[in-house]
Design a protein around this ligand. Structure first.
Ligand SMILES: [Zn+2]
Length: 225
């Protein structure tokens, strides 16, 4: 998540919290909402990004306490996201990223007084998306490099290296079959790099690296890897 100063409709400068991949303005550090800066159904005008100092009193208050001030919305929502990801890891699957999944995870991880309001869900989702992207881009050292497309939940696509434990989805645009497989091996062989995948406990299948890169995309990475 990016933090950039933005000018609102009245000319006041706030700290904006933005999607680092798409530049979408999610919220302001003072919590005034993105519509202070962006009109509904419109994208953020790049001219609203500014290097001018903050002039919003609330934004100044939360940011001058230091970038890691514990009541800054960036920090508060990051802590919620970390708790949700830790819970999903304990359960052994990727966290759900829709509103209901967040609500249920926060019920389990947060005391009633500490639960965030729904207005903060988009910031929590963005942090989770960043954390899952970072995870998707990391593999064990020594794994042969085979890249596959990974679509970030909140927008933007990156090329991620395939690792053991990854769940890949077959691109079923042409066939209508969107099967999910799990990677069990990535190996260099005399005839090139080969990725072995397993479909829900059935026989393993070996794919040449270039084929798997064009036919599959990465869904998520198993927490146990
Ligand atoms: Zn502000």
């Amino acid at each position: 998540m990016d933090r950039r100063n933005v000018t609102d409709h009245e000319g006041t400068v706030h700290e904006g919290l933005l999607n680092a991949h798409t530049g979408f303005l999610i919220e302001l550090a003072c919590g005034a909402g993105r519509y202070k800066v962006v009109h509904p159904y419109e994208q953020l005008d790049p001219a609203r990004l500014t290097d001018a100092p903050l002039s919003c009193a609330s934004c100044t208050e939360v940011t001058t306490a230091g970038p890691s001030a514990c009541w800054h919305l960036y920090v508060v929502t990051r802590q919620h996201a970390e708790a949700i990801l830790a819970l999903a890891d304990r359960h052994g699957y990727a966290p759900g990223l829709d509103e209901e999944a967040l609500r249920l995870a926060l019920l389990e991880t947060r005391a009633p007084a500490d639960r965030p309001t729904r207005e903060l869900y988009p910031l929590i989702t963005e942090h989770l998306t960043d954390m899952l992207t970072e995870r998707a881009l990391t593999t064990h050292e020594g794994t042969p490099r085979v890249l596959v497309e990974y679509q970030r939940h909140t927008g933007g696509t990156v090329q991620a290296p395939i690792g053991i434990g990854d769940r890949l989805m077959y691109d079923g645009t042409a066939s209508g079959l969107w099967s999910i497989v799990e990677v069990t091996a990535v190996e260099d062989t005399p005839s090139g790099t080969v990725v072995t995948v397993c479909e829900s406990g059935r026989f393993a299948r070996r794919w040449p690296a270039d084929e798997i890169s064009s036919l599959f995309f990465l869904l998520d990475r198993s927490p146990r890897t």
